[in-house]
Design a protein around this ligand. Structure first.
Ligand code: NAP
Ligand code: ZN
Length: 346
């Protein structure tokens, strides 16, 4: 399949148009005409080699919504014309204990990322959703409910699941005090899901500018973190805090906000390490956990939950030629709250 995309062709280069070819349809593959593709901060960390060296050209994008254009002869779950989504990974080993128990996002061999990852078949490197089409094994494709706005649904495929999964796993529910640190693409989805789950939600943000938006999304409280005394005011009050910040921050301050057995979940993936003081953890038997996206089955559950609760991302739909500017704005925390490419403009 011949497609057009936007790629980073070399170290520190901007995104530029690039035409390339997708693999021929295998019997268990689904071909998708992409309609919308979200811009995740991970795309920027990756393309700018902040997480280590990468393969060029690199077409980023792992928040993909589109319509099925063709299916392989053995595909049973999808048909042509259906609206579908693809998230952060497109394959896994399928044999380790985590894959066999349905937790393929924690594949012990490492999942095959939607971009910048060697194909398990050995046929080249995966290329992502900043492109007009993609071919994916049906086991890694989900159905996007028709009532969901497709542009607003695209960010659910990464930002949505990355917050939905730990909120459920770590007990967000009626009356539970949940803190969301950073109101960006991930954080704003965390607010919406935590509110829908019945939690009492506080947003921690490094500027005053997003207060009205946070409250409009349903957050109950908004705390600006540029004054450290706020951490004393809210000490020991939270059961669960999810850190979505893309840069290194002082985690000790956030640990102090947790009460007995409280958990700080790390989903933000800053490139730098975080110094932790044992005295920030031991006194209230506090925990630090990590979480990465969610398995395919939970992706589908999250999309269905979103349709039921009328939840989509707040998006700024952009033309492809705005991509480089959008990346600069994401890095400056100037995104309200996810850029999504209208792929018809590629
Ligand atoms: P984003 O839209 O840029 O949001 C990050 C937010 O962090 C910003 O909006 C800002 O919120 C806050 N922030 C940024 N720089 C800061 C600084 N220097 N000090 C304090 N706060 C700062 O990014 P995203 O797409 O949501 O992604 C967030 C992080 O999660 C990235 O590191 C990304 O790679 C990672 N990620 C992880 C997973 C996973 O599975 N674990 C999945 C997707 C993404 P305020 O303005 O409100 O402070
Ligand atoms: Zn992502």
């Amino acid at each position: 399949m011949d497609v057009r995309g936007y790629a980073v062709m070399s170290e520190q280069a901007p995104l530029t148009p690039w035409a390339f070819t997708r693999r021929d349809l295998r019997e268990d593959d689904v071909a998708i005409d992409i309609e919308f593709s979200g811009v995740c901060h991970s795309d920027i960390h990756t393309a700018r080699s902040e997480w280590g060296p990468i393969s060029f050209p690199c077409v980023p994008g792992h928040e993909i919504v589109g319509r099925v254009s063709a299916v392989g002869s053995a595909v049973s779950g999808f048909s042509v014309g259906q609206r579908v989504g693809v998230g952060v990974y497109v394959d896994s080993c399928r044999t380790c204990k985590n894959c066999l128990s349905g937790m393929s996002n924690y594949c012990e061999e490492g999942f095959t990322g939607t971009y910048n990852t060697p194909e398990r078949s050995g046929e080249g490197i995966t290329q992502g959703g900043y492109s007009t089409g993609i071919v994916v094994n049906e086991g890694y494709v989900v159905t996007v409910p028709e009532p969901l706005d497709p542009a607003g649904a695209a960010p659910l495929l990464c930002a949505g699941i990355t917050l939905y999964s730990p909120l459920k796993e770590f007990g967000a529910g009626p009356g539970v005090k949940v803190g969301i640190v950073g109101l960006g693409g991930l954080g704003h989805m965390g607010v919406k899901y935590a509110v829908a789950m019945g939690a009492e939600v506080t947003v921690f943000s490094h500027s005053e500018s997003k207060r009205d938006d946070a409250l409009a999304m349903g957050a109950h409280h908004f705390v600006v973190t540029n004054d450290e005394t706020v951490f004393q005011t809210h000490a020991k009050q939270f059961a669960l805090i999810i850190n979505t910040v893309s840069a290194s921050i002082d985690l000790n301050l956030y640990l102090e906000l947790l009460g007995l057995d409280g958990t700080l979940v790390m989903v933000g993936l800053a490139a730098e390490p975080y110094p932790i003081k044992p005295f920030s953890m031991a006194p209230q038997r506090r925990r630090i956990a990590g979480s990465t996206i969610g398995p395919v089955s939970e992706l589908q559950e999250m999309l269905d939950f979103s349709a039921e609760h009328n939840i989509v991302s707040d998006v700024e739909v952009i033309d492809a030629d705005y991509l480089n500017t959008s990346w600069d704005r994401v890095v400056e925390s100037d995104v309200r709250y996810r850029f999504v490419i209208d792929v018809s403009t590629i």
